[in-house]
Design a binder for this molecule. Structure first.
Ligand code: SF4
Length: 62
């Protein structure tokens, strides 16, 4: 996986982003700190469903 900035950008575009929260959601319902780090498909430094590289590649095409 890459740097924190890229993980935020990827999470914003990823169709499989599944936010995990520490027990509660913000009052607005808006996801905070959207990033792969906060995604339930992410663990131990990798995307478990192999979306990261695909989404990151689409970032590079912009
Ligand atoms: S961890 Fe995987 S599924 Fe989750 S936002 Fe990142 S690339 Fe998408």
């Amino acid at each position: 996986m890459s740097n924190a900035y890229e993980m935020m950008a990827v999470a914003c575009l990823c169709p499989k982003y599944m936010p995990v929260y520490d027990g509660f959601q913000s009052s607005t319902g808006e996801p905070e700190n959207k990033s792969c780090i906060n995604c339930s498909n992410y663990s131990e430094g990798v995307c478990n469903i192999d979306y990261y590289d695909t989404v990151a590649a689409s970032l590079d095409q912009s």
